[in-house]
Design a protein around this ligand. Structure first.
Ligand code: BMA
Length: 325
């Protein structure tokens, strides 16, 4: 049989026809842009997006938007939901950005990891909340330069697990994994997934996108790769699979990206050619994945896929483990 060509119309992630779902014009107060939201489904069934909002000073804060179906009828908080607190947290003096949210059964709380930004560069901070009104700030847990962080939703072998992306002074920016007994003290820092080299779509700089999706086959990790071109950077999305009980082990890594900037709202904006997911919700069936992403650092969009189809595709389009040549 001749080799089958992949149908280019087959898409793992289908964009919603109402995209972009949210823009600065939906905000009850004046803002520049809204993008890169963390996402959760609340016990009420509502979808909550904790959106990065950039004001006209250039600094970002976080603001919650709630919707009954995750697509429309958004109720946006009338004031910023979570703002930088530079008096107590000087590492936030230039704002807070790009939240990832995970529900933690053991703590009966949502854990929000976000980028704190200051003169020293971007770092990783952590806050806990039960209601997205009151927040317990744990503070800066990974110093600059580090970002794109999310917890796993449970301890593994007694320790909390964080995926994050430090940036070295020289060389490629890889995704790392670190461990903690108490969410405050972190160690056993290990490179988890390397940025590749040369012509690869994910060469030189990669970072975690939304929190990991727990499946029977392993932790499904969606990550962004940054292609540096003479015309600027292109942010695309790829996938890898980590061992469920030993997430330091990368089982599979897709060779191709699964989503890149195509539509006008992804190609044009304050920073063009960016799709940047920071959150997802799962449907009642446990398989339908609604991925929320920032488009061109300007608006918020959503794409939907099947976790099982993504896993099947990953098996067909991967090299085993973490090959980076
Ligand atoms: C990354 C992050 C994101 C942003 C992206 C594109 O480094 O800062 O917040 O969406 O760049 O500008």
């Amino acid at each position: 049989m001749p080799p089958q060509r992949e149908d280019p119309r087959r898409r793992l992630l289908k964009r919603h026809s109402a995209n972009p779902l949210l823009t600065a014009f939906d905000w009850p107060y004046f803002v520049n842009t809204v993008f890169n939201p963390g996402a959760v489904r609340l016990p009420t069934g509502e979808t909550l997006l904790l959106c990065r909002v950039e004001d006209c000073s250039g600094h970002s804060h976080l603001c919650a938007a709630r919707s009954p179906d995750g697509v429309g009828d958004w109720r946006v908080d009338r004031h910023p939901t979570f703002q930088a607190d530079p008096e107590r947290h000087p590492e936030e003096v230039w704002g807070v950005e790009d939240p990832r949210i995970v529900w933690i059964d053991e703590l009966e709380s949502f854990a929000v990891t976000y980028t704190c930004y200051s003169h020293r560069g971007p770092g990783v901070s952590l806050a806990l909340t039960k209601d997205f009104t009151h927040f317990e700030r744990i503070g800066n847990i990974f110093p600059p330069e580090d970002k794109d962080a999310s917890l796993l939703p449970r301890r593994i072998d007694g320790r909390w697990v964080m995926i994050h992306r430090p940036v070295p002074a020289h060389g490629r920016a890889h995704i790392w994994i670190s461990f903690s007994p108490d969410l405050r003290h972190w160690g056993d820092h290990t490179v988890l997934l390397k940025a590749r080299l040369g012509a690869w779509w994910d060469a030189y700089k990669i970072g975690l996108s939304p929190p990991l999706v727990e499946t029977r086959e392993g932790w499904l990790m969606m990550y962004h790769g940054v292609r540096i071109t003479p015309a600027g950077c292109i942010y695309r999305l790829g996938m890898a699979l980590l061992d469920l009980e030993d997430p330091k082990r990368c089982l599979l890594r897709a060779n191709k990206w699964i989503m890149g900037p195509e539509r006008d709202y992804e190609r044009t904006g304050d920073v063009g050619d960016v799709v940047f997911p920071c959150g997802f919700t799962l449907g009642e069936d446990g398989d339908t994945l609604n991925l929320y992403y920032g488009a061109a650092d300007t608006s918020i969009a959503m794409a939907t896929g099947s976790v099982q189809e993504m896993l099947d595709w990953l098996h067909e389009n991967s090299t085993p483990g973490d090959r980076d040549e």
